[in-house]
Design a protein around this ligand. Sequence first.
Ligand code: 726
Length: 382
Amino acid sequence: MNFPDTAFSFTLDAVCPVTGARAGTLHTPRGDIQTPVFMPVGTQATVKAMAPFELEEMGARIILANTYHLYLRPGADIVAEGGGLHGFMQWKRPILTDSGGFQVFSLSTLNRISDEGVWCRSHHDGTPHVMNPEWSMSVQKQLGSDIAMCFDQCAPWPCSREEAEGAVRRTALWAARSKEAHAREWQGERRQALFGIVQGSVWEDLRLRSAKDIIPMDFPGYAVGGLSVGEPHGDMYRILDSLKGVLPSGKPRYLMGVGRPDNLVEGVARGIDMFDCVLPTRNGRNGTLFTPYGAVNIKKKQYERDFTPVDPECDCYACRTFTRAYIRHLYRSGEILASRLCSWHNLRFLIRLGEEMRKAILEGRFPEFRRAFLGRFSGGEA
Ligand SMILES: CNc1nc2c(CC[C@H]3O[C@H](OC)[C@H](OC)[C@@H](OC)[C@@H]3OC)c3nc(N)[nH]c(=O)c3cc2[nH]1
């Protein structure tokens, strides 16, 4: 018996008549999430260098954690004993967990894939593990996330059409098993929403095939997987265009692993509601900062006596309080505060970008917002 996900619903608040960009509200038992939304990545039950109260201050309303990582360390049983992810990391708002499939391929030292699942060796200590839909649903229940992802197969890029077809077939097989295992895990208890994932790499007909496999399984939300894996942005946008009229309009759409500010704007313009990416914190740790004109690398000598904020338009703690010269000094001195301030700014930049796109869509001026933002943002170094 499949429990209705009554604790979850999605309201479309406005749709841009020109582009189809959407402003919505995802209602969850732990609070509402207004979309478009950028979700900070907290792989090992922490958004690197940020404390929960700081995430709250910068406007984070949902964060991510990783099933694969937490299963291997500290162990899902320890997280469960600690009160699940919400108790363990003291984050009271919604949490989304990835299913582990993608990480197995990107991190494990050795892996064998079959329809049963994935046999792999831990990238920590080489111990053998079998990961499959049943394993993933059990671990995501122990973690207690509010949104879980189906166990899928994300084809690498580039890959052959046959490889992409195989991933589409297996992803459908595993989606059905994920749904069954998820309903068994949550029988009669507080529910967790399970999102489906569409694969198909850069072939539009395979994307359509995957959508036709996954959508009838009636998930409360759908992710576009298999992108942001090295393919040109043009291919990403073409695939999103091909899915725009196919994914159910009344359900949230999540583009996994994306992305740079311009990718977020172009994704929203193609009907995407939710995004995640490690860029803000990863770039933050190496001193690369988002600004409306592109990325600034704070370690450059040109900022040595630059006593202006990183981004004068930004309302984050780092930009309100410190100058580029000071943050450059911290970075070059190897001070921990450099990583914290740069991560803080980059996270706020993307969270605020989501807020501003939502406002533009509600006010009927998204095309103008998109043109103005992309006109200034160079993508590379500012
Ligand atoms: C970068 N391009 C990127 N990331 C894709 C992730 C992983 C997202 C995952 O990406 C990191 O894990 C490695 C993040 O941790 C560092 C995770 O946050 C917890 C995040 O989980 C949602 C995908 N996950 C699944 N299950 N299926 C996908 O097709 C897929 C595609 C991605 N493209």
